[in-house]
Design a protein. Structure first.
Lengths: 305, 338
């Protein structure tokens, strides 16, 4: 194997970073939407992503039993069904663990930690304490781009994620539901007075965020080809970092933050040491919170008393 | 130890306190080595719980990376004892200094932030410390540090489970008296005021950042002492003792006990240690049950098993200040937590 030259290494890490960044961005959207509306850091969101990945794995198993083998068909079905089911689990989570505690800030955060542990160890009990292997549907082949290795799967991840983010943007800015969400984010009481069903819109937000996470979960399974019940913990933290980096509560911010964090981490892993790449992410989080807590694209937030 | 509150001397409460004290004294005399060992672990969690209680219970700051300070204390003692052959007692001031300094370093920039951001930053800090301990060579990497010498008192080596238990008990007494007095000091009243209503506290001249930093640093020091004891108790430490789950477990001790409540923290530490030991066969569902338990507890009894009487103290203070016609009612409009 020929050692890649400096430029190729940078490009390669850029490609890998954009792939991981797509995952961060998809998960960060869930954090940012929920935070924007009810000011809750949904600790269990990373685990919702893990639930999506495990549901996807079960679906692939089911398709294999049913002799449905077309990789495109199974992947599309797996993604859609997993997104739907995970979305409902997200709504259930909101109903059970968060809704009764909306006005108790410390209690709701602790309840979220409890929800995170419940989901993690629920997966541990239902599936397996060890790594599970995802089907290997897409080879390493990809478009010819000189010295940089890009697989079709990476192209698929990038393009579909960006398309989904575009769709979300349109939903939030061009539909009535999106308008209701934005109204809620500005002033919940005023929104209620305008006849908006606040609980339904919050539930809808949880549904959307959770399905985006499930989408990322299934694609992660395909990309890394293995999943574990704790897979959501670290990536959840990093996606939150991405949301804060872009400005929490801000949808384009989450996308920018996700891709930026992915690329920075990729470059840190390539030029520095992959053992320290997690430290890079957390250091970025702390620095951003200290220096510019509103993030790159965020507006000024006032501490609610 | 008991407050000048008449209720504290009610016979059932006094009997309970006497029973607990008696059990704590009798355990090393009559208990098996295994029981004494479990008892010592309870003492470690009491120390950690009391320390985190200062941060979360008294000052109302949610810290999700508390195990980091536990780790810093343990590693300070372990490194000084194995590499530099310092006696255990002299590593304690070093552990205090190291944890206090790291508390100041991480606290100074972060304590001004929104409270839920603080939770995330402390979580990130906890992970950074753990990853650093895993990656550095002077901390022994993933294997950690082993062959840590025992503590000595003169010629006596604290090695047997009973001796370790008594040493642990001494540590707990120091921490217990310390946190009891802290709650009733000027510092403690300032924390209470900030926790209940930061704007009102600011209005009467309490500078929140300073007092929050004090709580954070004192909590860190408590964890550092617990870590030093932990290092000589186990004589081997590695990064897996200082994970996020460890931070959550300590947090659970104080939530279960009722935030701000000293007897509650001690009771909960015993429950958290003994329950999994008793349920070893059900190890698989332990964390799952923990998760569900946390949600149920928050929904059903957010004040914990043995809630703090601080709420009553606030009410009393408010009544007193109204009686003396002090303007404002500054000590807190909302008498209960949250």
């Amino acid at each position: 194997m020929v050692l890649p030259n400096r430029m190729d290494l940078a490009l390669q890490q850029l490609v890998n970073g954009l792939t991981v960044g797509a995952f961060y961005a998809l998960i960060a959207l869930g954090y940012t939407m929920v935070y924007g509306i009810i000011r809750l850091i949904n600790f269990a969101h990373g685990d919702i992503y893990a639930v999506g990945a495990f549901l996807g794995l079960s679906l692939y198993g089911l398709f294999a039993v049913l002799h449905v083998t077309n990789p495109v068909l199974t992947t599309v079905l797996g993604l859609v069904v997993s997104m739907g089911c995970t979305g409902l689990i997200g709504v259930l989570l909101y109903r059970v663990a968060y809704r009764p505690l909306l006005h108790a800030r410390l209690s709701i955060l602790i309840s979220a930690i409890g929800a995170s542990l419940t989901l993690e160890y629920g997966l541990f009990l239902i599936y397996s304490p060890s790594f599970l292997v995802y089907p290997h549907l897409f080879g390493r082949a990809g478009p010819p781009l000189g010295g940089v290795e890009v697989s079709w799967l990476q192209v698929l991840i990038f393009v579909s994620s960006v398309a989904l983010m575009g769709a979300l943007y349109l939903l939030v800015h061009r539909t009535k539901i999106g308008m209701a969400m934005r109204a809620l984010a500005i002033n919940q009481d005023a929104a209620r007075l305008m006849g908006i069903d606040v609980n339904r819109i919050i539930a809808m937000t949880f549904f959307l965020g959770s399905s985006l996470a499930a989408f990322a979960g299934v694609l992660t399974g395909l990309y890394y080809s293995q999943i574990s019940f704790l897979m959501g913990f670290l990536i959840g933290l990093k996606a939150f970092t991405a949301a804060v980096l872009g400005g929490i509560g801000n949808i384009p911010g989450a996308v920018v933050g996700g891709f930026l964090l992915g690329v920075l981490e990729g470059l840190a892993a390539g030029y520095f040491s992959s053992r320290w790449k997690d430290v890079v992410a957390f250091a970025i989080l702390i620095i951003i919170l200290v220096v510019r807590p509103r993030g790159l694209l965020g507006e000024r937030v006032v501490e609610r008393m | 130890m008991i407050a000048s509150n008449g209720r504290a001397f009610s016979p059932p409460r006094l009997a309970l306190v006497a029973a607990v004290v008696l059990a704590a004294i009798l355990l090393p005399i009559v208990g098996s080595a295994y029981l004494v060992d479990v008892g010592t672990l309870v003492l470690v969690y009491i120390m950690l719980g009391l320390g985190l209680n200062v941060v979360v219970g008294y000052a109302g700051l949610l810290d999700l990376g508390y195990a980091a300070f536990f780790a810093i204390g343990a590693y300070t003692t372990a490194i000084l004892m194995t590499q530099y052959h310092v006696a255990f007692w002299f590593t304690l001031p070093a552990a205090v200094v190291c944890t206090a300094v790291s508390g100041v370093v991480i606290g100074t920039p972060t304590l001004r932030m929104r409270s839920d951001y603080l939770a995330i930053v402390t979580l990130g800090f906890g992970e950074i410390v753990r990853i650093a301990a895993t990656n550095f060579t002077f901390t022994g990497g993933p294997e950690g540090i082993y062959d840590i010498p025992h503590a000595t008192i003169g010629a006596f080596v604290v090695r047997s489970p009973q001796a370790l238990y008594v040493l642990g008990l001494a540590f707990v007494l120091v921490v217990l008296v310390g946190s009891y007095n802290l709650a009733r000091s000027r510092l403690g009243r300032a924390w209470l005021a900030i926790r209940e209503d930061e704007a009102a506290a600011r209005a009467v001249g309490i500078y929140p950042v300073y007092y929050k930093l004090m709580a954070y640093v004192l909590g860190a020091i408590f964890a550092g002492l617990a870590g030093s004891f932990f290092a000589v108790k186990l004589t081997a430490i590695n990064p897996s003792s200082f994970t996020f789950i460890q931070s959550v477990t300590i947090l659970m001790v104080i939530i279960l006990g009722g935030m701000g409540s000293l007897p509650g923290v001690m009771l909960a530490a015993a429950v958290i240690v003994i329950l999994p030991e008793a349920l070893r066969a059900f190890d698989q569902i332990r964390m799952f049950a923990f998760g569900i338990g946390l949600i149920v507890l928050m929904l059903a009894r957010p004040q914990g098993l043995w809630p703090s009487r601080i709420g009553q103290i606030v009410r009393r203070t408010v009544v007193l200040s109204e009686a003396s016609a002090a303007a404002g009612g500054a000590a807190g409009g909302a008498p209960t937590g949250e």
